[in-house]
Design a protein around this ligand. Structure first.
Ligand code: FMN
Length: 155
């Protein structure tokens, strides 16, 4: 008998971070979120990618439908960000992201990818496209994996 895989979905949302403007404190706050989310996502078999651009947080969450819904309920109730808005929620054939929780912030090294995507103006207008977020996240992941010498997975 053919075994049926449980249904995989991805959820993409964006929000406005309410973290400190002090770079050191902010880095610590993002570190706290990362450590906790990594553990929780591993347990729930969630893979995810979080992009931080200025005060915008943009996250792709992948996994089994129920796990993604439960995780998102918790995230949406977190006071470290506000105005949490879902951009896209749909079934996917396979996962695109390899780790339980990776965060990439806009910086001088990855600036060209952010600029080329045109995501920031879309966020400022409040109408980011799921395909643009997804494309940027995949590009940033590829770049970070290539730096670690794991680019053969993505040919
Ligand atoms: C921008 C942002 C992204 C987050 N992403 C995740 C996530 O992917 N998984 C997760 O479990 N928690 C995530 N969190 C943390 C949750 O909002 C929440 O604090 C945590 O899941 C609660 O865990 P607890 O039930 O152990 O207290 C995120 C928080 C923020 C602000």
């Amino acid at each position: 008998m053919k075994s049926k895989r449980t249904s995989l979905v991805h959820l993409i949302y964006f929000s406005r971070l309410t973290l400190s403007n002090d770079p050191a404190l902010r880095a610590k706050q993002i570190g706290d979120i990362t450590r906790h989310a990594q553990k929780k996502n591993e347990f729930a078999v969630i893979t995810s990618f979080l992009i931080v651009d200025q005060n915008f947080a943009i996250q792709v969450i992948e996994g089994e439908r129920q796990s993604v819904n439960e995780t998102f309920q918790r995230i949406a109730a977190d006071s470290r960000h506000r105005d949490v808005q879902i951009v896209e929620w749909r079934e996917i054939a396979k996962r695109e992201f390899v780790s339980s929780f990776t965060t990439v912030s806009r910086n001088t090294a990855n600036e060209p990818h952010f600029a080329k995507s045109g995501l920031l103006p879309m966020l400022q207008r409040g109408t980011p496209k799921g395909s643009v977020i997804h494309g940027l996240a995949v590009t940033l992941q590829e770049e970070s994996m290539a730096k670690q010498g794991i680019d053969h997975l993505f040919v």
